[in-house]
Design a protein. Structure first.
Length: 222
């Protein structure tokens, strides 16, 4: 199991787009790896179709996308036609790779297996894992959903926006933050440093009298 801040494993895998060495494939980009319990299943099809439609958003953020399902490359290629049909996208070329992991080797290495969900052979299927990896190959976020619950990819895009913003500025994004909304200055930043970031930052008054809630407009980082 990879922990936050650790280097993500440099695995080798086969995909419908050919073999990959993960670190080489990622290059200097951010990356998102998300796993699926099975090909030709309803929730998985809706998820991969949603990612297909969101590819321009991921590309705008400089994020490479790769999926994993515990089925063969031949199965993936046939399933892709269903995914494109559901997404109502007719492009011949599918834009991101889907990893073949029939033996569950990668799913086991990354702690993706869901013991509550088994296939027809009694073998655990992969849960809906999400890993976000930065250009230094470090894992910056992980989310693990059960097989029966589909993910919210708008939330995943929101998280990536937050990670990239806070990578460049000493700020943190508050609850339910959305792009272009106000952010918080990190507690480790002194008031003098805060004034250099924004002359008119606002300090929220609190019963404790402490001045740790300091609010500024979102810095522009793109």
């Amino acid at each position: 199991m990879v922990l936050l801040g650790e280097i993500f494993p440099n695995f080798v895998a086969e995909t419908q787009m050919g073999p990959i060495h993960f670190h080489d494939w990622l290059g200097d980009s951010w990356g998102i790896l998300f796993s699926h319990p099975n090909d030709f299943t309803p929730v998985c099809t809706t998820e991969l179709a949603r990612v297909l439609k969101l590819m321009p958003e991921f590309e705008k953020l400089g994020v490479k996308v790769i999926a994993l399902s515990c089925n063969s490359i031949d199965s993936h290629r046939k399933w892709i036609e269903d995914i494109k049909a559901y997404a109502e996208i007719t492009d011949e070329e599918f834009p991101y790779p889907i990893i073949e992991d029939e033996a569950r080797k990668l799913a086991t290495l990354l702690g993706m297996l869901d013991p509550a969900e088994i296939d027809s052979h009694g073998i655990p299927m992969t849960a809906r894992a999400v890993f976000i990896i930065d250009p230094a190959k470090k894992m910056r976020l992980s989310i693990l959903y059960p097989a029966t619950t589909g993910r919210n990819f708008d939330e995943i895009l929101r998280v990536i926006e937050s990670l990239q913003l806070t990578e460049n500025y000493k700020v943190a994004t508050p609850v339910d933050w959305k792009v272009r909304e106000h952010v918080m200055i990190q507690p480790t930043v002194s008031d003098d440093e805060a004034r250099m970031m924004c002359n008119d930052f606002k300090t929220v008054p609190l019963p404790s009298g402490k001045t740790y809630l300091r609010v500024i407009p979102q810095p522009l980082y793109k």
